[in-house]
Design a protein around this ligand. Sequence first.
Ligand code: HEC
Length: 96
Amino acid sequence: MHRVVAVAIGLASIATAAVVAAEPPAGAAACSGCHPSSPRVTSPVVRLAGRDRAEIIKAMQDFRSGARAGTVMDRIAKGFTDAEIQAIAAWYAAQK
Ligand code: HEC
């Protein structure tokens, strides 16, 4: 049993390391749980990839301040600092 757990943890850290290399800044991976990363996914939640950087920053700041109402984004945005929002926005804007 302990061995199985150890192997599982080992695999998880290898997977994490592999993902981190080509990967988004802190927090950005969480967005793709709702905002689809693939254009083939049909979802009522808009894609962030390729969106204008300033637009993403503005939306996140407005959700965070309450200037823009959201069902979930207002709460999510509160968990991010300006620096994190800028890094995430820049990363998404650079995606296809
Ligand atoms: C739990 C699902 C969920 C997660 C996780 C999530 N979003 Fe959202 N996002 C939404 C929904 C739903 C909306 C539509 C507004 C609302 O209802 O809150 C939205 C709207 C947005 C918008 C405005 C899009 C537009 O033009 O109307 C931006 C920008 C955005 N999200 C960025 C992000 C970023 C950046 C992250 C990761 C830090 C993120 N979202 C994580 C569900 C999510």
